[in-house]
Design a protein around this ligand. Structure first.
Ligand code: DGJ
Length: 694
């Protein structure tokens, strides 16, 4: 007997089916099926044939493939009982609870006393399907691996795209060809990590940013994930996501996966990117004040590091406000005796040497300039050289002789007394001051990954957010070491990278746009000589790259020449004039014909802006036209250069390129088929083209 259920939105259908009471299988996931499609027929239609060298009945690629049913690929769970013996369940269908746009399926393994539940919910507006699984037992059992409901990967696909990275080099794209066997990412750093962003895109053959089919996956968990992309000997392909293996050291009677967010796109990689961007912005994040414009940030880290002086900070704040900053963030160094990174983490008391009258004089000054105030914490960390460590050495995770990271250890967030202590001291700083923003840092990997740590951090964040609902939080971990939808359920911004090198940032944020919207992605104008690369970049390029996302500044404003300050003021004013629509818009990555150009189109309703960043030197001598996307072919658009004042800097441009002299009106079809012919420019510059439907 076959039973099937379907989840639909306007562009995709996911069909789950159960046969003969076995675990469900995702028998179809792709473009929206006709309403009248017979799902039982589809169940039979998708079954593969059997030939020599195969089992007599092909084991199902179910939502949790079962080793006991002779499934020889990666099984969906790896369990042990309380004596340490492997448990190999075989589940029987028990019930289905279909609701509009959602479905829960329950299965039982009576022999082992286990209940497995799979949940799926589709969001018709964002096109994201959320899946998660739970497992309950009559007796405690331990879990080495539990996959969120498993989905098949498309056959007409030659490669998969996942993400690697490093400090100052996040969101590097890996393209791995499909071949027999598994590609496994098992992240034991204890955080989502620079190295292991928990995302996967599977493009079907021929897909580009703007065209073709693609499947997107993101696992919303901050404690380190495992991904398995496997091609079985019979050619079927499966995708599994769950918490990293072995990070649940305790036996319990119930376990749950984090949510797995997936989407099918027929508009290229951008269809996945926009679905995830929209879902993060409109569903995952909760904003203290959703109608408030995102303020321009000033962060003092690269201006002063640990060298805090009230008069200097006041002067910096005054200059930052004059440039257009609206929120001043006091970074590391304000507490304990923290004159460098060897000491004081966990001693969250204002340093009276640096702030004899507390933080209030600085905050008052910042407020008098019309800016709000934010402050840095690194709550989960402790220096061995700290009062708290001396009083509670047992609060630190791991062995006393462990290898330190940035001279620090990690607090055991699973302990309620540690969370109470942190809630108390962070709460006191928030309650005693006019503070509306926390930059929440996390600068080392765990000595050993443990899911309890992540749950403890989530609990502390949740408690602080209830007590101080007006406070926004930024997730930072040496830059982009903790970016995922789990942390974004509790925060409102990510510090994408410690690289304020605009050239690096251009690339990092372009790839991150496959998952992250403008409004959460921090991007700052750094110093003239970049502190992490030594590269010297013009202020125009630095400013426009920051203006592509949630804009801020991080240089010492006293280093700016009058001309540089003027440029920055103008670009910031442009950002403020456009942020209301840009922050609600989609980032569409363009398929630039010239690999030296990294271009994206930010689009909201009938309006768009194209940022065409020149990331290198072109091989050909003249710029190739840049095709736009997502326009109405028969509509007319007015396009114009937003930074025409920079033409003079493109000193070797001496031809008639139309955009140099003024706006033009052309059809969407022309823009999407022929593209915009850009004026010639130097590398490390940006053309900014505004567009409006007429
Ligand atoms: C690492 C962060 O990524 C930086 O932005 C800065 O906050 C430092 N930590 C402070 O120690």
């Amino acid at each position: 007997m076959i039973q099937c259920w379907r989840l639909d939105d306007a562009r995709q259908t996911l069909v789950l089916g159960v046969r003969d009471g076995h675990l469900a299988q995702a028998i179809y996931w792709g473009p929206r099926l006709p309403d009248g499609e017979n799902l039982e027929t589809l169940f039979a239609a998708q079954e593969i044939d059997v030939t020599g060298g195969m089992l007599d009945v092909t084991p199902a690629l179910s939502i949790c493939p079962e080793a006991r049913r002779t499934f020889s690929g990666q099984a969906g769970m790896e369990l042990r009982d309380d004596t340490g013996r492997p448990v190999l369940p075989v589940f029987r269908f028990e019930s289905a609870a279909p609701r509009p746009d959602a479905l829960t399926l329950t299965f039982r393994d009576d022999g082992n006393g286990l209940t497995y539940r799979a949940h799926a919910a589709i969001d018709p507006q964002t096109h994201v399907i959320t899946l998660w699984a739970g497992l309950e037992g009559a007796q405690p059992f331990s879990v080495n691996w539990l996959a969120a409901p498993v989905l098949p990967a498309p056959q007409l696909s030659d490669e998969m795209i996942d993400f690697a990275g490093r400090w100052c080099g996040e969101f590097q794209i890996n393209r791995t060809p499909w071949s027999a066997g598994m590609r496994v990412r098992d992240n034991h750093t204890g955080r989502s990590g620079h190295e292991h962003f928990p995302g996967l895109i599977i493009p079907c053959r021929g897909a580009t940013n703007t065209k073709g089919e693609a499947y997107g996956f993101h696992y919303g968990w901050s404690g380190g994930h495992k991904m398995v992309a496997e091609e079985l000997p019979d050619g079927r392909r499966q995708i599994q996501f769950g918490n990293a293996t072995g990070i649940e050291p305790e036996a319990r009677t119930a376990f749950e996966t984090a949510p797995l967010y997936v989407t099918y796109s027929d508009t290229g990689l951008n269809g996945c990117g926009v679905a995830f961007q929209t879902h993060v912005r409109d569903r995952v994040i909760t904003w203290p004040d959703p109608d408030r414009a995102r303020p321009v940030h000033y962060n003092c880290w690269e201006a002063i590091y640990f060298d805090h002086s009230l008069p200097e900070l006041k002067e910096i704040a005054t200059r930052a406000a004059d440039l257009g900053a609206e929120r001043f963030v006091l970074d590391d160094g304000w507490f304990g005796v923290r004159d460098d990174d060897t000491t004081s983490l966990a001693d969250w008391v204002v340093d009276p040497r640096k702030y004899p009258d507390g933080l209030t004089p600085l905050i008052r000054h910042v407020r008098s300039l019309g800016m709000s105030f934010g402050i840095w914490f690194e709550p989960e960390m402790i220096n061995p050289d700290s009062d708290v460590y001396r009083a509670h050495p047992d609060w630190a995770l791991g062995d006393a002789d462990q290898v330190l990271g940035r001279q620090q250890m990690v607090l055991d967030m699973a302990r309620p007394e540690v969370r109470d202590y942190l809630f108390g001291c962070i709460g006191k700083i928030l309650a005693d001051h006019d503070i509306e923003y926390i930059k929440w840092d996390h600068n080392r990997v765990l000595p050993a990954a443990d899911a309890g740590q992540t749950r403890g951090t989530y609990a502390l964040l949740d408690r602080l957010r209830v007590a101080y609902p007006h406070v926004e939080i930024e997730s930072c971990a040496s830059g982009g070491g903790r970016i995922d939808f789990g942390i974004l359920q509790r925060t409102q911004r990510v510090w994408l990278s410690d690289s304020n090198d605009a050239l690096e940032r251009l690339k990092i944020q372009h790839n991150a746009a496959l998952f992250l919207p403008v409004c959460v992605t921090g991007s700052h104008v750094g110093p003239r000589v970049c502190h992490t690369s030594g590269r010297v970049l013009d202020i125009r390029f630095r400013a426009w790259v920051a203006a592509q996302r949630h804009m801020g500044f991080e240089m010492d404003p006293r280093e700016l020449s009058a001309e540089e300050a003027d440029v920055l003021r103008r670009v910031t004013a442009w950002w403020k004039a456009n942020r209301n629509w840009m922050l609600r818009g989609d980032i569409l990555r363009l398929d630039a014909a010239d690999p030296a150009v990294l271009a994206e189109q930010h689009m909201y309703e009938d309006r768009f802006v194209v940022f065409a960043g020149k990331a290198g030197t072109s091989t050909q001598i003249s710029p190739r036209p840049l095709r736009l996307t997502g326009l109405l072919p028969d509509a007319m658009y007015r396009i114009d250069l937003a930074n025409r004042d920079e033409i003079a800097r493109a000193a070797l441009s001496r031809g008639p390129s139309a955009l140099k002299s003024g706006a033009m009106e052309v059809s969407g079809r022309y823009l999407m088929h022929h593209g915009v012919t850009l004026p010639w420019s130097f590398p490390e510059t940006m053309w900014v083209i505004e567009g409006q439907k007429l």
